[in-house]
Design a protein around this ligand. Structure first.
Ligand SMILES: [Cu+2]
Length: 81
């Protein structure tokens, strides 16, 4: 991403409500950017935000599969100047 440029992020869950962990919901959140969006089972949800400060941020899902402590439920967002 570019600092100061707004984006709309759309998160899709491909799990149904019978998914044993989290009931099919998934999340995309970055604490430092005060962004969190939750997608419903077999649905999507979106959030628009503007990162102001360049840096490297960790995004995570804290709903399923052990939550944010699970390395597979995390990723890296890079915001460039
Ligand atoms: Cu998830």
């Amino acid at each position: 991403m570019k600092a100061g440029v707004p984006i709309t992020l759309r998160l899709t869950s491909v799990d149904n409500r019978y998914h044993t962990d989290g009931g099919g919901q998934h999340q995309w959140a970055v604490d430092e950017l005060d962004v969190s969006v939750v997608a419903p089972p077999l649905g999507n949800n979106s959030v628009t935000f503007t990162p102001d400060t360049p840096g490297t941020y960790t995004f995570y899902c804290d709903i399923c599969c052990g939550g944010r402590a699970n390395p597979s439920m995390q990723g890296t967002l890079v915001v460039e100047a």
